[in-house]
Ligand binder design. Structure first.
Ligand code: ATP
Ligand code: MG
Length: 383
């Protein structure tokens, strides 16, 4: 397993590696695995029966650039050749017609350099495995040799998620709706090393129990990458009713977003989150014009991170598919803001006017009440 970007982090590298190891141990706490760290590589020793769950965990581990199931052999050229031949036979059985060898020699006391290794082992595979030819440009399969403290041979290399280990960049509070965007926003921040907690606002009975449950499932998926997240579920019915009663209809959605930010910031301060995160993307909907985004954040002082701000919907959907949230996000549900969908929403709100309307709503006591009653759910413990 290859640690990813953290190798670039100079003096911090040890600290980053320690977090990565801790995360891996958390993810694999139910399994009988042994972790060994050497320069530039982590080795996980596991039994055949636990291989599938271990690979599943590695596919969700932020901070590694790749991993492979490898065999280790003594550091002699004959042992390396024999292992390459076995690998070649396996690939041929899987219908590969062409291959190449990639070799890397970290232990310079090994008598053959990487070029010689490629030639000697490539020839050995060619001689021993009928039907397999060399193609250095577009091979069906690659056999990797790494000469380190032992000799490692593998062919099924997987790409990791990359990024920085979760827990190396503080914590942020994600505003998690039941939609496509916000889980992806949370994932992007987690990929920069940020620990994630989430807050969801519902307006029961106007929004259904299924909508709440859907958000819990999204938080479970996201928590699988983030070493677990705490989801705060906040009842916002009274706040929404007040907005509906007292605000000019075109402003309703922007004022609701402001109330969400206001409440989220209060939770964030309580749990020592350093920022708010949303799934907003510029001009995706009326409430996300640059002017309205300014209105939305005008009443909070914590930084508001919007990792999707410059992304188009197709790219967001592709990412959602990759992380596994998409199929849940597209299930039909009643969003909180269906209580009022103004036919002509304000498009270029003035922040000063927004603050004026917001204050006239006198939401403080209702938000305080919501904050006394919210529910906390632990989602996705990493397994
Ligand atoms: P998403 O697909 O994540 O729902 P969206 O494109 O539907 O986003 P909006 O509904 O305008 O956009 O919401 C913008 C952002 O506001 C969301 O990405 C999310 O961060 C936050 N948000 C919206 N509704 C809620 C909610 N009910 N609870 C918590 N956060 C919410
Ligand atoms: Mg939404």
């Amino acid at each position: 397993m290859k640690p990813g970007e953290l190798v670039l982090k100079g003096d911090n590298r040890k600290a980053f590696e320690a977090v990565l190891k801790r995360n891996l141990r958390t993810m694999l706490s139910g399994y009988n695995v042994r972790l060994e760290a050497h320069k530039g590589r982590f080795y996980l020793h596991t039994s055949e029966s636990e291989q599938a769950p271990v690979e599943n965990a590695l596919s969700r581990l932020i901070g590694i650039s790749g991993w492979a199931q490898t065999r280790s052999v003594p550091k002699t050229i004959d042992a390396v050749k024999a292992a390459c031949i076995e690998e070649g036979e396996k690939l041929r059985a899987q219908k590969a017609a062409t291959f190449k060898i990639e070799a890397r020699r970290t232990d310079k006391s090994f008598p053959h350099d990487s070029f010689a290794l490629r030639c000697l082992c490539g020839q050995a595979v060619l001689d021993a495995v009928p039907g397999l030819k060399v193609d250095v440009h577009h091979p069906d399969a690659v056999i990797y040799i790494e000469i380190r403290e032992k000799a490692y041979i593998y062919s099924d290399a997987h790409k990791g998620l990359g990024g920085l280990p979760v827990g190396t960049a503080g914590r942020g509070l994600l505003l998690l709706s039941g939609g496509i965007d916000s889980p992806v926003a949370g994932f992007f921040m987690a990929s920069r090393g940020m620990g994630i907690d989430a807050v969801h606002f519902h307006a029961y009975p106007y929004t259904s129990a299924e909508a709440r449950q859907k958000t819990v499932r999204l938080a479970e998926i996201l928590g699988g990458y983030c070493m677990g997240i705490r989801l705060y579920v906040v009842g916002f019915t009274k706040v929404q009713m007040r907005i509906k009663e007292r605000s000019p209809l075109p402003w309703a959605t922007v004022l609701l977003r402001m109330a969400m930010m206001d409440c989220a910031e209060k939770i964030a301060r309580k749990i020592k989150s350093k920022c708010l995160i949303t799934g907003e993307s510029l001009s995706q909907v009326a409430s996300q014009t640059i002017e309205n985004l300014s209105c939305t954040q005008s009443i909070v002082t914590l930084p508001v991170l919007r990792p999707l701000i410059g992304m188009d919907k197709d790219s967001i959907i592709r990412k959602a598919e990759q992380i596994g949230s998409y199929r849940i996000s597209i299930e039909p549900y009643q969003d909180c803001c269906v209580l009022f969908s103004p036919p002509h929403p304000v498009l270029r709100g003035d922040p000063a006017e927004a603050v004026h309307w917001y204050q006239s709503l006198e939401l403080e006591p209702l938000i305080e009440e919501a904050l006394r009653e919210y529910e906390t759910i632990k989602c996705g413990n990493g397994e």
